[in-house]
Design a protein around this ligand. Sequence first.
Ligand code: TXA
Ligand code: MG
Length: 343
Amino acid sequence: MKTDVLPVSAASIDRAALLLKAGEVVAFPTETVYGLGANALDEGAVAKIFAAKGRPADNPLIAHIADRAALPLLVRGVDRRARALMDAFWPGPLTLIFEKTDRVPAIVSAGLSTVAVRMPSHEAARALIERSGVPVAAPSANRSGRPSPTTAAHVLSDMDGRIPLILDGGPCAVGVESTVVDLSGGAPTILRPGGVTAEMLRGVLQDVLVDPAVLSPLRVGETARSPGMKHRHYAPSARVVVVRGVKESVAEETRRRYDEAEEAGKRALILCQSAMAGAYGQRRVRVLGTGGGEMASHLFDALREADRLQVELVIAEGSGTEGMGLALMNRLLRAADFDVVDV
Ligand code: TXA
Ligand code: MG
């Protein structure tokens, strides 16, 4: 199959909407990351998403809507807390988990009784959903296990020949996936931190919890509340290690590990914050920026760059977990498969 890449325009969005209506899969930009969309009500179309990504069938998808009028089709009820979160953060990078209706095919929810729903704020994403006239099931548009795509070029490198069309809307502003919040089991719980921070959620609802799987590996025998949490994620080909602790010690340990790798003939890459760049001299460094939000938005591109540079070891500075730091640390720990050194 030939994969076309078209800049976002009224004509290209129309073409993408026609493909969605015809049961095909298209990639499109959102404010978080690029999505791989199909008609959420069409089982056969959704199966093509799983095939194109190589995604395990037990990992459910998010249904994207452009209007709250689409909710009754998908979900059984919207309680007071969900409504408060939607009022505050929709459209935007927040995904909510609801009890699903029978109209949502089991393939979308991976057999769960719940469905994840999000209303993106990206204009092209909204226009595409509106034009297609259906809810759009869309995971991130990467091959399963790879870093999520934040540019059309990232999507093309994973999906070339596998899908008919990629809409190119430039780099994604948030650059990390939506926050997933589960309201179905008692206290609101963050299953995946993202563009809406825990602090922002706590400004609207009291007692927002963070699922333990956000920062720790699942223990043997434990079941994941978010099925995505049990799969390795965001990983480049290189081994990733996270170094966490006080600044000076982090810099020292990072330099030591880098030099050790290079002396053994292995290419290494350091991912650091702007303020630390000076600590690494002539070593191969990718500066992610200042603060959790900016750093998180550059992380996936940096992990893909590690592959382009054919690096064998990525050493990433750990971050605090306030604000967007929680999303950054969650993605780093998963890319590293929880290989973390505390100094
Ligand atoms: O920002 C985003 O959310 C992007 C863009 C394209 O909207 N989409 C995205 O989808 O990141 P995906 O499939 O890569 O991640 C969806 C996450 C997974 O961790 C999945 O396990 C979780 O949401 N999820 C989906 N449905 C769920 C459900 N019913 N219960 C618990 N977790 C669910
Ligand atoms: Mg994903």
